[in-house]
Design a protein around this ligand. Structure first.
Ligand code: PYC
Length: 310
């Protein structure tokens, strides 16, 4: 299995070029479901320690249905197959550029939730135009055991997010452990309360926003992912959901650019175009760097061949 590892604002992406599970043909959403249900052990072996690393997202390349797309891709983390992944798409574009498969300029990429476009500016800088993103509910109070009532918005950006602003815990790198504990408890409370997306999807990502101490930054975020890791980048699908919330609140005008910072200080430039039925089309510009080209070995004699899962 050949893979290329990159990071986008500190968040790792492993692009699987060949040797992945055979998912057959058909719509990408169906192939993603097959990956989730029939190949869970196989995909987790690629991403779990010791072969993978915490916070990693894998990008499994598959043939697209739409021949105008440069590739199809299915993203997954150690816990779940994702609808879309913004940092992963920036990493994927930088990887395809590194391989000479694409040059600068626009390209279409097919994902299980729809077609996104990437505009490659140089070897590292990529703008993603995401699928339509939308807020479906605002100011939902949730009772979180040990932490009281936490209020947030429910929004979709290719994955489902519960977005809290202002955060009940200061969003600083020194608070990552506490931020992780509170957001996990909040995600569990959302699940227990039966709060889901309007397509029945689980709310498996949580975002806390707080102020940044750097000039020109709109806010700093902490993003909890399904595998309980926090996103080192500002999270592309989370930033998309956030843009939908800012637009719905009238707090950000169309085509106005803001800078979103992550809890470790990496950043994306964000803006949106209004969609015809109430949502927004987010634009996310970030930087990725290729780190390694490897061949993964799955030795039958290796007791941790399938990864460490506790
Ligand atoms: O950038 O969309 C994203 C993302 C999702 C999970 C981790 N990163």
């Amino acid at each position: 299995m050949h893979v290329i590892d990159s990071h986008t604002g500190g968040e790792p992406t492993r692009v699987i070029l060949d040797g992945g599970p055979d998912l057959g043909s058909g719509p990408l959403a169906e192939r993603a479901r097959r990956l989730a249900t029939d190949h869970r052990d196989a995909y987790r072996a690629i991403i779990l320690e010791p072969r993978g690393q915490p916070a990693m997202v894998c990008a499994l390349l598959v043939p697209p249905v739409d021949p105008d797309c440069v590739t199809g891709v299915i993203y997954f983390d150690a816990e779940a197959v994702l609808g879309m992944c913004g940092h992963g798409t920036i990493g994927l574009a930088a990887t395809l550029f590194h391989l000479g498969r694409i040059g600068t300029g626009p390209q279409r990429i097919e994902t299980p939730v729809g077609i996104v476009t990437v505009d490659v500016q140089d070897a590292n800088t990529v703008t993603v135009t995401n699928i339509e993103s939308r807020r479906i509910a605002s100011d939902i109070p949730v009772e979180v055991e040990g932490f009281g009532t936490i209020t947030g918005d429910l929004a979709y950006g290719g994955n489902w997010f519960f977005i809290v602003d202002p955060a009940p815990v200061p969003v600083t790198s020194g608070n990552i452990r506490q931020l992780t504990d509170v957001t996990i408890a909040l995600r569990e409370a959302l699940k227990a309360a039966g709060i889901r997306g309007d397509d029945g999807g689980a709310i498996d990502h949580v975002i806390f926003h707080g102020p940044s101490d750097r000039p020109g930054i709109h806010s700093r975020n902490f993003v909890l992912c399904p595998d309980n890791a926090y996103d080192r980048s500002p999270c592309g699908t989370g930033s998309s959901a956030r843009l939908a919330c800012l637009a719905a609140r009238g707090q950000l005008a169309e085509d106005t650019e803001i800078v979103q910072e992550s809890v470790i200080g990496s950043s994306y430039r964000l803006s949106y175009r209004i969609a015809s039925n109430g949502g927004v089309f987010p634009k996310i510009t970030g930087q990725a760097h290729v780190m390694a080209e490897s061949r993964l070995i799955f030795d039958p004699k290796d007791p941790f061949r399938g990864g460490i899962f506790l």
